[in-house]
Design a binder for this molecule. Structure first.
Ligand code: UDP
Length: 330
């Protein structure tokens, strides 16, 4: 089985690459290294069935060559992270829309099945008790760059679905809810590595807004196997599946737990959104997945607790700090 992982040098992509190699696949990781890091692939590069290709998913000729002869594509490459979305909305739009179309088109030409990594962001400001896959999208103004990611990923899903509908391309969509774990960087905004890095350095933990917004964090080693199982399940074709954690926590409680668990001298500082992300920033107040579909189809049942996630991220951050890898972006 030859699998392609776009975004293979990224946080989730590198864990997925390792799992596929362990399963016996030959894996080609395609990444432009804009946010991905080669050191994430330190384990994979030692494997005889691993190939790394550096390149942009908007390069249609390159993507076509990479996809030719493959059995399946896991499409994870994306401009992601609130920092990038807010500061570089064009990257968010171009990479996420044009890049995905280029990958889909190559899959169509070579009849290769595709799993699209989408996001809980597409639900926008919907604060339902549990967001099922058919929940309404409530997005803010398209003139606020904050919404470019949610808008682009929504178009990606529509594109993928249309390729399935019109060309019978086997496409499966997963919507990831705040996936966390080793190798994730805090550089682009992601809250857990950011707060853990601050706690380890003894700096104030920056909690944006009133800190009462909630998320359901999930551990990368719970999510990645479910992505593979969904891709391999024929009944997933043409459908979308939530993959998220089952425990809802406010960001303020998260920060307090991090300080406590890591025995950190840091204090917690409430930072107005405006100071963090500029004027007019709108946050999602709440984001809770309904995982029923993925549980029923492939037995998805995340088991890693928030404490275990925090400890794993802290261990990873601490070892990076020790070896000075990416020290500025902890
Ligand atoms: N957040 C925070 N401090 C930080 C980074 C993020 O309070 O240093 C908040 C952010 O405003 C949001 C939540 O944590 O309410 C999750 O942010 P993240 O960027 O990780 O993910 P997303 O907003 O996509 O859920």
């Amino acid at each position: 089985m030859r699998s392609i992982v776009t975004g293979g040098a990224g946080f989730i992509g590198s864990h997925l690459t390792e799992l596929l190699l362990e399963q016996g696949d030959e894996v080609v990781a395609l990444d432009d290294l804009s946010t991905g890091r080669l050191e994430n692939l330190n384990r994979a590069v030692r494997h005889p069935h691993f190939i790394f290709v550096e390149g942009d998913i908007r390069d249609t000729a390159l993507v076509d060559r990479v996809v030719d002869g493959a059995d399946r594509v896991f499409h994870l490459a994306a401009a992601v992270g609130v920092r990038i979305i807010v500061d570089h909305p064009l990257e968010s739009l171009r990479t996420n829309i044009h890049g995905t179309e280029s990958v889909l088109e190559a899959c169509r030409r070579h009849s290769v099945a595709l799993l699209l990594a989408s996001t809980s962001e597409i639900y926008g400001k919907n604060t339902a008790d549990a967001l099922s896959e058919d929940a309404d999208r409530i997005l803010g103004s398209p003139l606020k760059s904050r919404w470019t990611y949610a808008a682009a990923k929504g178009i990606d899903e529509a594109f993928a679905h249309a390729y399935w509908q019109q060309f019978d391309l086997p496409v499966t969509i997963v919507r990831l809810f705040n996936t966390v774990g080793p190798r994730q960087t805090g550089r682009y905004g992601m809250v857990v590595p950011n707060l853990v890095g601050q706690a380890l350095r003894g700096e104030p933990l920056t909690v944006y807004g009133d800190g009462r917004q909630t998320r359901c964090f999930s551990y990368v080693h719970d999510i990645v196997p479910a992505m593979v199982r969904l891709q391999e399940e024929p009944r997933s074709v043409g459908r979308a599946f939530n993959l998220g954690g089952s425990f809802e926590v406010s960001i303020l409680d998260l920060a307090e737990r991090i300080v406590q668990l890591l025995d950190s001298p840091s204090r917690i500082e409430l930072v107005p959104y405006e100071r963090a992300y500029g004027p007019g920033y709108e946050d999602m107040r709440r984001r809770v997945p309904d995982n029923t579909l993925s549980r029923e189809l492939v037995g998805f049942a995340p088991t890693t607790t928030l404490d275990e996630i925090i400890r794993a991220v802290a261990q990873d951050r601490a070892s990076r700090m020790a070896t000075q890898i990416g020290a500025s972006g902890l």
